[in-house]
Write a protein that binds this ligand. Sequence first.
Ligand SMILES: Cc1ncc(COP(=O)(O)O)c(C=O)c1O
Length: 456
Amino acid sequence: MKDIIFDLIDSEKKRQSEGLELIPSENYVSADVLAAMGSILTNKYSEGYPSFEGIPGWDEKDIAEKILPNYRYYGGQANIDRIERLAIDRACKLFHADHANVQPHSGAQANTAVYYAWLEPGDTVLGMSLPAGGHLTHGAPVTLSAHFYNFVGYGVTEDGDIDYDQMERLAMKYEPRIILVGYSAFMKLPDFDRVAKIRDKVAKKTGEEILLMADMAHVAGLIAGGVHPNPLDHGFDVMTTTTHKTLRGPRGGIILSKGNVASPLKKPEKTLANIPILIDRAVFPGTQGGPLEHVIAAKAVAFGEDLKPEFKEYAKNVVENAKTLAKELKKHGFKLQGNGTENHLILANVKESFGFDGKVYERALDMVGLTLNANAVASDKGGAFRPSGVRLGTPAITTRGLGKDEMITLALWMKKVADICKEAKTEENLDKYSADLETIRTEVRDLALKFPVPAI
Ligand SMILES: Cc1ncc(COP(=O)(O)O)c(C=O)c1O
């Protein structure tokens, strides 16, 4: 008998097809990415790494054909080694990196490995604070990293940009070993050069090397598509990212770095030049066991897609759609953090705009088939469970082919749902408006079905 799990997968297919995904950290993978991920590669153990020697100057055919010795702890790696080398090579091409570790199981694992590679317990990291838009893994007290390291947070200015002056003051005061630029809710393009100058100033003061780290989990696809600056082109040593957001790959993480690439077997000196090797050792055996080679194969397929000219067009459309949507929402009275967006992400303060909180709005939008998440805005008084805002974005709907006209329609639906929430005020009361919500639900479903989800 068929496992009930497959019925639930079918129900999820229907939910994805009939609704529109506005969560900015989600996307839809291609049939090829899905096929690689669901392949027999999941059967294989491959602790360790393929050999990196010989890759510079090789084309894909060389990498796919040539067998090299490896640094693995199990036999039978001929195919796995070549798959992982292709994933590494494509990731390096996409982001102009000297090295890529493609094994992190997630973005959180990638960040943990970088901290472990470079820091000693008690060392300080300067990153964006959580209320300002930073991620949990940048020092939230509930995390493992916060248990071992000391995190100091910088904030954003009134107009939603990074407070670079504050960053500099805090860096000079706390002398961090890592300065981190990364976020889950920030709508501007960071000035990486300015951060690099701050690093140089602090390094001159302390006489020590300071690691510049960018967590580009959200915007990596925009970087790959050429519509967002690349931190590795602006003096950064390390960039982490998830692979499932704007990059449109399988769920997972990677770590890109600049520096020497060599055998991970010998412990190198802790210098910035050696950061690729330190990172390899920090991922395995430092913080992970066997790599998920089926996911690494899917990452390689996605990176191959990301290197194609069509992906540049996609990245451009993601940003254009976000800008149109932001403009339309403002016309309807939505107050947006940063007054708009320069990337794929929008943060709307619904409490200030209409008087209800993000959770009520998230629930009401769910009822009409529009999925997003309630999110704190800068200096939010509502706390994590009653935040004042909602966060939305355009990566997934752009993959489905929605464009300018649909952004205008989407903003109108969002306004209609906001009007309902103004009257309902609480989640419990929303049921009273089910007829009005159902009318919008039907319109959303009709539009969604005109733009099929890939690989469903
Ligand atoms: C900036 C940032 N870093 C790290 C992560 C963690 O990624 P994962 O959920 O794959 O662990 C996220 C996820 O949302 C993120 O936005």
